[in-house]
Design a binder for this molecule. Structure first.
Ligand code: 9MR
Length: 380
């Protein structure tokens, strides 16, 4: 059992004490409603992603909601290479420091996102002083420096790491990123070897990707994990992002997908869950897709008022998703939502700029949706 599971148990203990000792002082929400982290405490961690503004805006409401409702947190952007280390030798640790400390102060598991990703990585990372692409060895050295930096600054506090993100295409081929171009087809393996050597031994090292149910990607990931296990290359978890639609992937496909990944013996992490209420089933979560325009057809509720029938449909979709997570809870260590409230979600500006989307369990005003209550009712 990983260390973050111990803090998970602490959540249950704190709860038990809380019920007897301080119910009068608790907020209305915690008296009347079981929170997500409480409801799922003996199943898996329930997480949410936090953004920089939650740390820089005094009393940001999403931060308070995160503390109250979630047992794991991830930073959406501020540990990415372009943010934390935009130029050689220049580091911005302010937000990541606050994030890591929040985890300690609130006894919330923290996730390091992300060591190596082709996106949001500055050009200088791949080039030498003359602007030429680095050699394989020079890039591997640069990656090692980054792993060392994270390990020395956060290794004692952040115990779950997305080591490589989105390196495999839908059809199962390796993404032709600069990492792949410079290092070669063993880029993912080299990244995990570096992470194993540099990150603490009690950290959970994860391969993370979207569309993990797509047969091409799925079979490549399964073969890769099997290969790592046979060769003794350390990998500690499989991350399924979960940027899903209102219909796809179906419950049946989620079931099959979780069954197949669980058969590797590695714990599964649902790392970036949201349901695209407005529809995007054909776009996946590929950040390279060109941005389109919002129209009244694809942005039907700009004032935020969702009709009850649509709210009920959304609740039903989350219910079927969590039914699958519960069915597979022995294999799942964490389910993290990509954002706290609808207002925080990246889906308000992707793939269409300026939409009012509704992908999460908390409304813009912080109140809970029927979907939230349904998800909790499943474990009562
Ligand atoms: O949530 C992030 C958003 O604020 C950024 O604009 C976007 C840029 O690519 O990245 C988002 O997070 C992504 C995550 O790091 C990796 N998986 C897909 C997520 C949504 O794009």
């Amino acid at each position: 059992m990983k260390i973050y599971k111990i803090s998970h148990l602490a959540v249950i203990a704190t709860l038990a004490i809380g019920v007897f000792s301080c119910s009068e002082k608790s907020t209305a929400q915690s008296v009347n409603k079981v929170t997500l982290k409480e409801a799922y405490a003996d199943k898996f961690l329930v997480g949410a992603t936090l953004g920089a503004s939650m740390f820089t805006t005094p009393n940001h409401p999403s931060l308070a909601l995160a503390k109250e409702n979630f047992s794991a947190i991830t930073l959406d952007n501020d540990m990415k290479w372009e943010r934390i280390n935009p130029l050689p030798g220049k580091f911005n640790f302010e937000i990541a420091d606050k994030f890591a400390q929040l985890g300690v102060d609130e006894n919330i598991a923290t996730v390091g996102h992300v060591l190596f990703w082709h996106s949001q990585t500055p050009d200088w990372v791949f080039k030498d002083d003359e602007g030429n692409l680095l050699t394989r060895e020079a890039l591997l050295d640069r990656m090692r420096e980054r792993a060392k930096m994270f390990a020395s600054r956060y290794g004692d506090r952040i115990k779950i790491w997305d080591v490589v993100n989105e390196a495999i295409e839908d059809d199962g081929s390796l993404r032709k990123s600069l990492y792949n171009q410079i290092i070669g087809d063993d880029f993912i393996e080299q990244a995990f070897i570096i992470a194993d050597q540099e990150m603490p031994k009690d950290a959970t090292l994860i391969y993370n990707d979207y569309g993990m149910n797509r047969v091409g990607r799925r079979d490549t990931v399964l073969a890769m994990v099997k290969g790592f296990q046979q060769k003794g290359v350390r990998i500690d978890g499989i991350g399924l992002q979960g940027h899903w639609g209102m219909v796809n992937p179906t419950a049946e496909i989620i079931d099959t997908t979780l069954t197949l990944y669980a058969a590797t013996g590695l714990p599964l992490h649902i790392t970036e869950l949201d349901v695209d209420f407005l529809g995007r089933d054909n776009f996946g979560a590929n950040v390279d897709i060109k941005k389109l325009k919002a129209t009244p057809e694809n942005n039907p509720y700009p004032d935020g008022n969702v009709p009850p029938e649509a709210e009920a449909k959304f609740a039903k979709r989350y219910t079927e998703i969590f039914q699958q997570f519960l069915k597979h809870h022995d294999s799942i260590d964490r389910v993290t939502f990509w954002g706290v409230t609808d207002g925080d979600s990246w889906l308000n500006s992707w793939p269409l700029e300026g939409r009012t989307n509704f992908p999460l369990l908390f409304k813009r005003d912080g109140s809970t949706k029927q979907a939230h209550d349904n998800v909790i009712a499943l474990v009562k």
